[in-house]
Design a protein around this ligand. Structure first.
Ligand SMILES: [Zn+2]
Length: 181
């Protein structure tokens, strides 16, 4: 990377080059405990990456005091873990079905106060047309949502939710009735 003379220490003369060297180690390498960097996988949906995400999520919910919800603070760790995994579910969530994908997702209206574990998708809506729930298609969404009809970002979110062993997914454009706000 070439840099201008204003970015250089006084002892350098222009022109100069800075070279960045990044180290990484495989998980099984003897140096893996010393080098935190890992080679970036070509596909973030690979079994290896999903297993790593599960591991990080499990560590976060079970080991990080700072990541616990206020409702779990002050409880013994075994109870705090249960509390951190379960929150009051939103008014509507997408039930993604079993992790084996044997059932299509559908919009579900849980009882008020029903506790559960869910994942929220934060996404850019992108250009029109948007895939939404409205008062006109609400009954269809409650019946079922064909994966093939979903935008790719939503299909990926369903796949990740299933892979992480979570049953419910919240997507604003689907879980909020768009002509009811
Ligand atoms: Zn954490």
């Amino acid at each position: 990377m070439r840099v201008c003379n204003q970015c250089l220490p006084p002892s350098f003369t222009y022109p100069a080059f800075l070279i960045y060297i990044t180290f990484y180690a495989d998980d099984t390498a003897a140096t893996s405990g010393l080098i935190s960097g890992r080679k970036v996988a070509p596909c973030s949906g690979s079994p290896h990456c999903l297993k790593l995400a599960q591991h990080w999520l499990s560590s976060c919910t079970s080991l990080h005091v700072e990541c616990q919800p206020p409702s779990a603070l002050g409880f013994p760790s075994s109870i705090a873990k249960l509390l951190s995994l379960n929150h009051p579910l939103p008014t509507r969530v997408i039930d993604v079905g079993p992790s084996d994908g044997s059932r299509s997702p559908f919009l579900w209206v849980p009882q008020v106060g029903k506790m559960g574990k869910y994942i929220t998708l934060s996404h850019c809506w992108g250009p029109l047309p948007h895939f939404t729930t409205t008062s006109h298609n609400l009954a269809d969404r409650l019946h079922g949502i064909r994966l093939a009809d979903l935008p790719k970002t939503f299909r990926d979110a369903v796949a990740i939710t299933r892979a992480l062993g979570v049953r419910y997914l919240w997507i604003d454009s689907l879980c909020i009735i768009q002509d009811d706000i």
